[in-house]
Write a protein that binds this ligand. Sequence first.
Ligand code: NDP
Ligand code: 2IT
Length: 448
Amino acid sequence: MSKETSYIGKVLDTVIKRNHAESEFHQAVKEVLETLEPVIKKHPEFENAGILERIVEPERQIIFRVPWQDDKGKVQVNRAFRIQFNSALGPYKGGLRFHPSVYSGIVKFLGFEQIFKNSLTGLMMGGGKGGADFDPKGKSDSEVMRFCQSFMTELYRHIGADTDVPAGDIGVGGREVGYMFGQWKRITKLFSGVLTGKGLDFAGSLVRTEATGYGCVYFCEEMLKARNTSFGGKTVVISGSGNVAIYAHQKATELGAKVVAMSDSGGFIYDDRGVDLDTVKRLKEVERKRIKEYVTEHKSAKYTEGCLGIWGVKCDVALPSATQNELDKNAAETLVKNGCIAVAEGANMPSTPSAVNVFLKNKVSFGPGKAANAGGVATSGLEMAQNSQRLAWTFEKVDRKLHQIMVDIHSSAMAASEEYGVPGNLVAGSNIAGFIKVAKAMMAQGVV
Ligand code: NDP
Ligand code: 2IT
């Protein structure tokens, strides 16, 4: 084993020991560190400065109790987290996830990914993430509001427009951000850009709602351009039917593609005439119903129980946009067999490591989440900029900036992949380009 490998190996061992049984965090760290060997070779000063040891250890972790009363008057208790991972490039920035599966391993993996993603955007943002094991599904608006208020009654001590700026993620959308912002404002007497993804009437940014899905498609468009093709006439499969999936569908369709399948945690729909987005938006955004209801309105469409089956639908482009590890090796092999040429991750870490290997080996263009889904947080950064200026930019202006950021991320990841001897490998290229900026900032800021 080379010296570089053993440095990386040692850091990985420590991560596994220190963060016992947090498999998603181990997976995310391993995926990044494995690609950094050529960087450590070129920059031996990083080892002496303990850059890797520091970058895998969150600067601060906050875990707190969230008690709230349900509609029957019964007190419920959830566990909540905010991980302030790395502030080398700016205030901690990253979403909040409300889902029963949330525990420290999930929040840490997401916070770790966020460091490099935020670095790739070129904006002034460090990495953070948070959430709670609260399930908004089946809860009334009042229950969600009481939960959000109790959650913020503790979180407010730790956040601020220049300290830590949360936003949405799974289970946290405009409704939840609104309730949290209201409670934060009430406690602090301030009105500032402490959260992003706010409503358009109270200092939210145009395009933030659409940004992750649009950004993912803009990024994929660059991947397709590099193969001398485009979205025009392509058949697309998108997993999930939440915020990211819906707006990925909208943009891909606008660019001439046909989206034939979407899903939720229950199963997937297939509609060979193209999934009707208005129906999905109404079912998911307004009525908060299950995707299987789609087939009662669209008789020619078919619903299948279980999420994994969606990868069996023949397509040219796949945009996994639901959750981590939702696309495994078998699914990847099926996609390859069916002629899929590009996969761009709308979700965070949706493809398992062996699925990624299948894509890379078979020359499928593969855009990892930390690059392909960076449009959401990038537009959050644009929301912060507008809030600081006390201005609101037009839809066209924000969209143009988002588009340019996605194009730039693609080209810097490509450039890094070439410079470090893995041309075209966007996994390595994104990790390297994101990491180097953070590492250099950490070196310049001393041992902190
Ligand atoms: P939403 O809550 O809006 O939607 C999530 C979608 O994924 C739903 O369709 C949901 O189905 C499905 N899903 C969630 N958990 C599971 C699961 N365990 N198995 C199968 N399906 C599941 O979240 P977003 O669209 O915001 O987030 C989707 C992904 O994108 C996440 O990985 C998130 O981290 C990532 N992301 C989000 C960004 C944003 O700006 N919102 C930015 C960058 C990345 P169901 O309704 O049945 O639960
Ligand atoms: O994973 C992500 O990048 C997000 N959920 C968005 C974070 C943000 O601060 O907008």
